[in-house]
Design a protein around this ligand. Structure first.
Ligand code: AMP
Length: 254
């Protein structure tokens, strides 16, 4: 059985942007800030494309939940090699409060609707660093899960996943349907070529609302305050151990 893969692509503030907190501490500034596909999701898209190139996957569907601009993120996935896309439209103010459980419910419904047998997500979104969506979606669907994948081998409906765990590498054997999450070392995603960017403009993009999927996206917790990390004092260099000891005594550490 070849895989039908749904890949979740989140639009996040670009990794190279310096994040600024809103003056009212309700969140971070997103207006006029460069956004890109979450880097781990690019790795997930790449892995799905490699499965397709090995004829182990029939179709790749990219999905993004968020405001209109997510369509740009989906076009990137299409230009990389996804076959079609689904945009679950969520207004900007609701998107800023969107939580992993709500995304998991949306992804689970899309996965069922599209009859996929593999959902690929990134190990975490670099904006909220939640690392929850994949696990929650696997639980909602009651599918096997292989999180933090650094190697994926597919044969029939057997999926072997090498996982990056604290103590090293763990290999697990799963049966499809599965939810996988891409870790950094899984692959190096390709860049979309200009001809493929042009072709991607003609690939199908369906639009849905959370209501169409019967999902209530209201938040279950309230963010009270978002703060900048405390700035650290500049360090200083010492020339010798004696100098270090003297300085530590001066500071009252020794
Ligand atoms: P998180 O649990 O927020 O760290 O996100 C983990 C992964 O879930 C991301 O790398 C994406 O693949 C997926 N995901 C999270 N939020 C969204 C979203 N709004 N739209 C599409 N995929 C998402």
């Amino acid at each position: 059985m070849a895989a039908r893969v749904l890949v979740a692509c989140k639009r996040v503030i670009d990794y190279a942007v310096k994040i600024r907190v809103k003056p009212d501490k309700s969140g971070v500034v997103t207006d006029g800030v460069k956004h890109s596909m979450n880097p781990f999701d690019e790795i997930a898209v790449e892995e799905a494309i490699r499965l397709k190139e090995k004829k182990l996957c029939d179709e790749i569907i990219a999905v993004s939940c968020g405001p209109e601009k997510c369509q740009e993120t989906l076009r990137t996935a299409l230009a990389m090699g996804a076959d079609r896309a689904i945009h679950v439209n969520i207004k900007q103010d609701e998107y800023e409060k969107l939580q992993p459980l709500a995304v998991a419910k949306l992804l689970a419904k899309v996965a069922e609707k599209e009859k996929v047998n593999m959902l690929f997500v990134g190990k975490q979104a670099i904006d909220d660093d939640s690392n929850q969506t994949g696990q929650m979606t696997a639980a909602l669907l009651n599918w096997a899960q292989g999180m933090f994948a650094s190697e994926v081998k597919l044969s029939g409906d057997d999926v072997e996943v090498v996982r990056e765990v604290d103590g090293g590498l763990e290999t697990v054997s799963l049966k499809m349907p599965v939810v996988l999450s891409a870790d950094l070392r899984l692959n190096e995603p390709r860049y979309a070529t200009l001809p493929n960017i042009m072709k991607a403009k003609k690939k199908p993009m369906a639009k849905l609302a959370p209501d169409d999927l019967g999902v209530d996206i209201k938040p279950h917790f309230e963010v009270l305050s978002v703060e900048e990390p405390a700035s650290r004092e500049a360090g200083s260099k010492v020339e010798s151990v004696d100098e270090l000891v003297t300085k530590l005594k001066e500071k009252g550490v020794l």
